[in-house]
Ligand binder design. Structure first.
Ligand code: ADP
Ligand code: ASP
Ligand code: MG
Length: 451
């Protein structure tokens, strides 16, 4: 029996949090492996450093050093404190050398390398704290564990079969010996052996990839809320915890904005039928949310609602486009060449509308403009849109549900710009202006779930 446990930034954000997380790991029976994020605030600090041309290397390092050493001094002593400090110093010096190396900055993966450094320090800390509690543990970087990735900077995708081989060689033997491996989340190694991140919040995905690679029996995502909730509790304070969801529901909500899980967390575990639990590391006894293949029907019209802001609708118009399938194919081809993610597509007799991220608009237009001008009448862009994703029981099959949902959207004073109904079998997705998204989420929640 192998359990993969993932701890997010707040779950390793202070001495108390680290002790709590270490105890959670030790509570678990059987083989255990943890995947860990950077201490809260650390990745933001590194990203800010990268964005500020005038930032001083030593100032940036001093903050990291203080944050981790304060915790180490509080929780470790003697031989263990010395062991931690030596390894910490070695990792810190490697980071210092990297930040002072002007040539290293020319590497397109430099930002990935720097922004993922926080995980190297948090894993070390947690591993030493476990040792101080009398348990064998070793901190492994993604490179050492064998997590392989490919893709462009900041958009890595794990190579599941290569990673599985790596984990079986480097991690499984440790688990069999009763040692607890603590692995860096957030990134894998690219074909040059350098860090490639999975996007912000990527440690959830790392943990799912590790669960997949080790053929684990269970994945536990330990975070700072009681589970997967009916809405983001920061937007809807009365949001409630969902006790059980299926993979499809969780995947759709995470993809479309429920930040509690990285958008790509579900697929690696769904592929191998590995159940996942979302739990609160600050309240280990609360039941959390179980996400697995099937769930019992609760007959709740709306179970959870998420929103994803900062999107744009690009509408391409051309006469009788619907009767010219090659034209539609050409538009889709150009979008593929631009390498952008499309969240929804809708067509009519003479238009194709595509929903993409705001920052991708420029690149998309560049590629669409390569289509012969006589083939396209007009391209329009509507920016600052938000996609609302509503998941519920029989949402798509029960008569009149759409009318009720859109009635609530009307109550929120929002205009629906695009609807994607039936594309997913679990959710109803539609687009409203970003400045209305919070009101729409709150109104839907109030009407169908409660205040
Ligand atoms: P971690 O650092 O543990 O990965 P995150 O901050 O990435 O934690 O994710 C947890 C946060 O996700 C919660 O604090 C909550 O504000 C937010 N969130 C958004 N949507 C949901 C939802 N549907 N259910 C629970 N939390 C959500
Ligand atoms: N530390 C990374 C981030 O802040 C990854 C994660 O927390 O999952 O994005
Ligand atoms: Mg997260």
């Amino acid at each position: 029996m192998i359990t993969v446990l993932k701890f997010g930034g707040t779950s390793v954000g202070s001495a108390e949090a680290i002790v709590r997380s270490a105890k959670i790991i030790l509570m678990e029976g059987g083989g255990r492996v943890a995947v860990v994020s950077a201490m809260s605030g650390v990745t933001n600090h590194l990203v800010k450093f990268l964005e500020d041309e005038n930032a001083h290397v030593e100032d940036a390092l001093a903050l990291l050093e203080k944050k981790h050493k304060d915790v180490a001094n509080e929780l470790l002593e003697g031989e263990l404190l010395r062991g931690f400090s030596d390894e910490f110093e070695r990792r810190m010096n490697a980071l210092r050398d990297l930040l002072n190396d002007r040539d290293a900055r020319k590497d397109p993966y430099f930002s990935d390398n720097i922004s993922s450094q926080g995980e190297r320090f948090s894993t070390l800390l947690l591993s030493y704290v476990l040792r101080s509690m009398g348990h064998g543990s070793v901190a492994l970087t993604s490179e050492e564990a064998g997590i392989y990735a490919s893709g462009s900077p900041g958009f890595g995708t794990a190579d599941l079969s290569k990673t599985s081989a790596g984990l079986m060689m480097n991690v499984k033997p440790l688990i069999l010996k009763g040692v607890i491996p603590i692995i860096t989340g957030f990134y894998g190694r690219n074909s040059d052996g350098r860090p490639l991140t999975f996007g912000r919040g990527g440690s959830d995905y790392s943990a799912a990839v590790v669960a997949n690679g080790l053929d684990a029996d269970f994945l536990e995502i330990w975070t700072d809320v009681d589970g997967f909730m009916s809405a983001d509790p920061r937007i809807v304070p009365g949001a409630i915890v969902i006790d059980e969801m299926n993979f499809g529901e969780a995947a759709e909500l995470a993809y479309l904005g429920a930040k509690v899980l990285h958008p790509r967390t579900i697929e690696p575990v769904r592929m191998k039928h590995i159940p996942l639990k979302v739990k609160n590391s600050f309240k280990p006894d609360s039941p959390g949310t179980l996400i697995h293949h099937l769930r019992s029907s609760k007959n709740e019209m709306l179970r959870s609602v998420a929103s994803k802001a900062d999107l744009s609708i690009i509408t391409v118009s051309s006469s009788e486009i619907a009767y010219r399938p090659r034209m539609v194919a050409r538009i889709i081809d150009k979008i593929a060449d631009a390498g952008v993610v499309v969240y929804a597509i809708s067509t009519s007799l003479s238009t194709v509308a595509l929903l993409i991220n705001n920052p991708d608009v420029k690149e998309t237009l560049k590629h669409l403009n390569l289509i012969a001008p006589e083939d396209i009448e007009r391209i329009e862009v509507k920016s600052n849109m938000a996609l609302i994703c509503a998941v519920g029981d029989n949402l798509l099959s029960r008569c009149g549900v759409s009318a009720e949902i859109f009635g609530a959207v009307y109550d929120a004073g929002a205009n629906v710009e695009l609807i994607s109904e039936g594309a997913s079998d679990v959710s109803l997705n539609f687009v409203v202006p970003t400045d209305k998204a919070v009101d729409v989420v709150r109104t839907l929640h109030k009407k169908f779930v409660g205040e």
